[in-house]
Write a new protein. Structure first.
Length: 259
């Protein structure tokens, strides 16, 4: 049967009207990102036995790092600063690091540092979103954690435990706290607790299951708004609670949702 040209035209016109009346919605990229960031804040993972494996803890907690205030100052890596120019200015380092905390626990040395790259490093690949775009950010913030000379999550490659950020003070990078380790997804053995607190937090006090307490101070990555605290949790012990305080010794919160 030969198609009726007029009928074809009418059908195409009807289809066009229907299509225009109900346009396709754009992919909910922002909602996807917001959901991912919320989950990251609530539950951060920790483990090095399998790449990227993690044991996540309460994300609302924003404490300063435990132990005494570290004496080591900020370290600058990457391209060295250029000599002052004729106008008296100097080049800003491409990469800046700061030692958040270090020590020895259970007979093993441990350390935590923050590492900031002002531009995305060569070889770093951003996550591709469902709509084909990539996660936002023009810089990279990394959390480098070591126990016994082994970097936690090293199986994930050189950029494991790194996240893209926008500029030197991205609010999306803060507010998450996690317990990290090398064994059983961070639930046994020596572990490291690391938090990225808000600007109002000056220090915190960690209460452990053996009755001991450890005071924590916040460290800020120079030239940025990124802050962190870090300390070890010895094997066999658990965190019973954490209190956080401002610079005036006013308690800001009391957190007990720890394992």
């Amino acid at each position: 049967m030969t198609p009726d040209p007029e009928q074809e035209d009418r059908l195409r016109a009807a289809f066009a009207r229907s299509r225009d009346a109900y346009p396709s919605s754009r992919p909910p990229v922002e909602r996807i990102l917001t959901f991912a960031r919320t989950r990251r804040r609530r539950r951060r993972a920790a483990a090095a036995a399998t790449a990227g494996a993690a044991c996540v803890l309460t994300a609302a907690l924003t404490l300063p790092f435990l132990g005494s205030h570290p004496s080591a100052g900020p370290a600058h890596t990457g391209s060295p600063s250029a000599s002052p120019t004729a106008t008296g200015t100097a080049r800003t380092p491409d990469t800046v690091t700061v030692r958040v905390a270090e020590g020895t626990t259970d007979g093993q040395p441990w350390s935590v540092a923050l590492e900031f790259h002002r531009t995305l490093p060569e070889g770093y690949t951003r996550l591709v979103l469902p709509d084909g775009s990539t996660t936002p950010g023009d810089a990279l913030l990394c959390q480098r954690m070591y126990i016994g000379g082994v970097r936690i999550d090293h199986q994930g490659g050189p950029w494991s435990d790194c996240q893209p950020v926008t500029g030197t003070d991205d609010p999306q990078a803060g507010g998450n706290t996690g317990l990290w380790g090398l064994h059983d997804k961070g639930t046994t053995g020596t572990r490291l607790i690391v938090s990225h607190p808000g600007p109002e937090v000056a220090y915190g006090v960690l209460h452990l299951s053996d009755g001991s307490q450890v005071k924590a101070f916040v460290i800020t990555l120079p030239g940025t708004g990124y802050r962190a605290w870090a300390a070890p949790v010895p094997g066999g012990l658990t965190i019973t609670s954490v209190d956080e305080y401002d610079a005036g010794d006013r308690r800001l919160g009391h957190y007990t949702d720890w394992r």
